[in-house]
Each structure stands twice: as structure tokens, then as C-alpha cells.
Write a protein that binds this ligand. Structure first.
Ligand code: F6P
Length: 328
């Protein structure tokens, strides 16, 4: 830990998120600014195990701030979950003279990083990159804002056809176990109902609320369902139940899927990623390790990786009330 850091490696792991390229660019350029060599690792932890490394210079990351996905590619490596896999990764890092790592990803990425520190005491810091916004220790994760805007744009389009045909649309959005996308995009797109895993309102209340809307003169409705929602087994089962029991509704389902992860990052995500990338390199040069760099109340913050993994980023349940009132 006391050796000077002359080479920093950066990787992206887990689900890609818009803004990851902006974060890579910031890491590379911060390295250049502080006269440290930067090495890109392809395909996340798998590339670490296979030694899939490439030196990246400041000019190599020109014109990527606006690009979705990740130029370093991403993967969910099963091999890194094994002791043998991690041993290979460590050997490769040492052979290349790499002194520290920047990990861009979510919970799974940080869990791998933490194991690596415990076994090898290898200096590393994390940057939260996932569209789910489900990471403790930062107000926003990279990609979340862009995903929200993508979802709102698509729901706006679905609303056009829903209202033209007087239909009830169930729209499933991503978020694995977290309802951030559903809740905020739902409010932003003026959804009639929002179903999230953090608060199971139950089938009865959901149906009551739907019928109330109809009785209040609504001829079409949008129900945003988070993929982790627990009311039905899944969005299709829920839609079938309504269709079979309430013939007055002409029901359709739209699963937005991976389109939510793509596209050019919003300005918000670009700025967030740039700030986090620079702060990650500065933290490593300052001898920080085992932490995730976040932004809390507009200030760079650090949280132990352990805490970032174990604790939940609490969703603001009160927003459901805003959704209820504004969809009356
Ligand atoms: O973690 C981000 C995420 O997009 C989740 O919202 C979603 O459940 C999952 O990844 C999908 O993963 P995959 O790309 O492996 O299907």
C-alpha cells in the first residue's frame, strides 16, 4: 500500500449503463493529468483473469463521452467468483506492474472487489454504474438518469396509442430488485398506477384504484410495473388476471427491456461520470482503498465498499402519494 502508484487499471463490469464511457474517459484523463499510466481491462473481471489489457492514452478516449455502452465491454464473470480465478487476476496485475484498480459497476462488481482486497490487499475503488440506482452511498448511479429519460420518452409514445384505442397498458421497466426507474419514470410520464417491489399494495387495492380511475372518466391508463414487483408472478400474469376478470379493459403489455440500457448518456450522467472518474483516481493517489466514490448532496463522498453492498439506497416511498394524487 505504501508503494507509489504508477499504473492504474480501469474496468467495467455487470450490466452496462449509459455514462460508463464518460467515466472511463475521466479516469483515463485524470491519470494523464496526474502523470500515471492508465490500462483498460476488457470484459470486466474476465479480462482481468485472461490478461486482456491495453494501455489507454488521453487521445484514445476522444469522442466517447457521448456514447452509450462501454468501450471496455462488460461481463459477469463466474470465474472471478473462484479463488483460482482471483489468483490469476492478481498475478496478471502484478506482472503488468499495475498498482491500483478502478471498478465501474454495481453490487456484484463491488462484491468481487471486496473479496479481492481481503485476499490480496490490492488497492481499488469503485464507481457506481448501473441504471437501477440501487447502490447505497450515492444519490445517483451512472446511467440512471438516462434510463429514466428513455423510459419517459417511450411511455409518452405508448400513451398516444393507448389513448387512441382506449386501452389499459402494462409497461414493465427494469430495476431488478429496485423500483427507482418505475417510480420516477412513472411520475414523469404521468402513469395512472406504479407498482414497485418496495411496496406491495396488493391485488385488491390495485384493482380498486384502477376501477376508480375508470369511474372518474379515464378511458385509457398506463400502469408502470417494475420487473421486481411482487403483486403477480410477472407483468403478463397480472395483465391476464385483469383481462380475464374485467372484460371492460382492453389490455396490452409492453416490456421495455434492454432498450433502457442503451443510448447516448444525458448531460446529467456525463457530468456525474466525469466527476466520479476524476475523484476515483484522486482517491487512489491519496491512498484510499476499499471505498466507493459517490456524490451525496452534490459533494463527492466515500463509503466503505462493504457498506455500499450491504445497505440499501432507500427509495422515497412518499413519491407514491404524489403519483396517486397527480393521477386522480
Ligand atoms: O442491473 C441492471 C439490469 O439492467 C437490471 O435492471 C436487469 O434486471 C438486469 O440488469 C438485466 O441483466 P441482463 O443484461 O444480464 O439480462
Amino acid at each position: 500500500m505504501n508503494e507509489p502508484i504508477n499504473k492504474i487499471a480501469v474496468l467495467t463490469s455487470g450490466g452496462d449503463a449509459p455514462g460508463m464511457n464518460a467515466a472511463i474517459r475521466a479516469v483515463v484523463r485524470a491519470c494523464s493529468y496526474y502523470s500515471v499510466e492508465c490500462v483498460g481491462v476488457y470484459r470486466g473481471y474476465q479480462g482481468l483473469i485472461e490478461g486482456d489489457f491495453e494501455t489507454i492514452s488521453a487521445r484514445n478516449v476522444s469522442n466517447i463521452i457521448n456514447k452509450g455502452g462501454t468501450i471496455l465491454k462488460s461481463a459477469r464473470s463466474l470465474e472471478f467468483k473462484t479463488k483460482e480465478g482471483r489468483a490469476k487476476a492478481y498475478k496478471n496485475l502484478k506482472t503488468q506492474g499495475i498498482g491500483a484498480l478502478v471498478l465501474i459497476g454495481g453490487d456484484g462488481t463491488f462484491t468481487g472487489g471486496l473479496k479481492f482486497i481481503k485476499e490480496y490487499n490490492f488497492p481499488l475503488v469503485g464507481i457506481p454504474g448501473t441504471i437501477d440506482n440501487d447502490i447505497y452511498g450515492t444519490d445517483n448511479t451512472i446511467g440512471y438518469d438516462t434510463a429514466l429519460n428513455t423510459v419517459v420518452e417511450v411511455i409518452d409514445k405508448i400513451r398516444d396509442t393507448a389513448s387512441s384505442h382506449n386501452r389499459l397498458f402494462f409497461i414493465e421497466v427494469m430495476g431488478r430488485d429496485a423500483g427507482f426507474i418505475a417510480l420516477n419514470a412513472g411520475i414523469g410520464a404521468g402513469a395512472e398506477e406504479i407498482l414497485i417491489p418496495e411496496k406491495n399494495i396488493g391485488l385488491e387495492k390495485f384493482v380498486d384504484s384502477l376501477n376508480k380511475g375508470r369511474d372518474n372518466g379515464k378511458t385509457s391508463s398506463i400502469v408502470v410495473v417494475s420487473e421486481g414487483d411482487k403483486i403477480g408472478k410477472n407483468v403478463f400474469e397480472l395483465a391476464d388476471y385483469i383481462s380475464e376478470n374485467f372484460s371492460e379493459y382492453d389490455v396490452r403489455v409492453s416490456v421495455l427491456g434492454h432498450m433502457q440500457r442503451g443510448g447516448s448518456p444525458s448531460c446529467f450522467d456525463r457530468v456525474l461520470a466525469s466527476r466520479l472518474g476524476v475523484a476515483a483516481v484522486e482517491a487512489l493517489l491519496d491512498k484510499s482503498t476499499g471505498v466507493m466514490i459517490g456524490i451525496t448532496e452534490n459533494k463527492i463522498s466515500k463509503v466503505e465498499l462493504d457498506k455500499a453492498i450491504k445497505m440499501n439506497n432507500d427509495i422515497n416511498i412518499e413519491l407514491l402519494k404524489v403519483a396517486e394524487i397527480t393521477s386522480v
